[in-house]
Design a protein around this ligand. Structure first.
Ligand code: CA
Ligand code: CA
Ligand code: CA
Ligand code: CA
Length: 195
């Protein structure tokens, strides 16, 4: 090999290494510059809070919705029996009111009937019912004494015209001032009562 060629080859070899080094420089330029640890941290620190904030927002919204749903369910769960209870109480009250009205109306009509003195003899229909007398007849036994006078004053039998069975009617005995319940006069009865 001649000397010149040798030299050329040597130059060529170097030239190839030069180009290589040049290429590597290009790659270096193209390759992203490696960030230092601090820079990386700062970059993460900048982007991370946003990411966290967004995620947190979503989580908070979900938690909020879940809490609201739970509160609603809890509220309905606890309120439903109370609402039912109130409804039932109202029903009962209404029924009671209805019954009370019915009772009141029946009582008043009954009372009205009982308190009426149909034959106007001084005994109410109720009292006549107790004495078994005719509520439509003032003197049931036709002895000249009204049902009221027999029951309330003379204590004679309003169903028997001659209570003491002396063949003098109760009404006649009173007119004659005789005792309608037995022997003697009314005066004697009063005197014995006062003794
Ligand atoms: Ca009467
Ligand atoms: Ca009578
Ligand atoms: Ca009588
Ligand atoms: Ca008599």
């Amino acid at each position: 090999m001649p000397e010149e060629k040798k030299q050329q080859n040597v130059e060529d070899i170097f030239s190839s290494t030069e180009t290589m080094s040049k290429q590597s420089n290009i790659f270096k330029e193209i390759e992203p510059q490696e960030l230092s640890e601090e820079e990386e941290i700062s970059e993460v620190a900048q982007t991370f809070p946003k990411f966290i904030k967004q995620k947190n927002k979503k989580i908070f919204v979900i938690i909020g919705v879940v809490i609201i749903i739970l509160i609603l369910f809890f509220g309905i769960y606890t309120l439903m029996p109370k609402i039912k209870e109130i409804k039932e109480q109202r029903k009962i009250e209404k029924n009671l009111e209805k019954n009370a009205n019915i009772q009141l109306s029946t009582i008043t009509t009954e009372q009205l009937i009982k308190n009426i003195d149909s034959d106007k003899d001084g005994l109410s229909n109720q009292e006549e019912a107790q004495a078994d007398t005719n509520p439509l007849k003032a003197d049931t036994d036709n002895d000249g004494l009204s049902d009221r006078d027999e029951v309330k004053i003379w204590k004679t039998d309003p169903l028997n015209p001659d209570t003491d069975d002396d063949r003098i009617k109760d009404g006649d005995e009173i007119k004659k001032k005789l005792n309608p319940n037995g022997k003697g006069t009314l005066l004697e009865i009063i005197q014995t009562k006062n003794k």
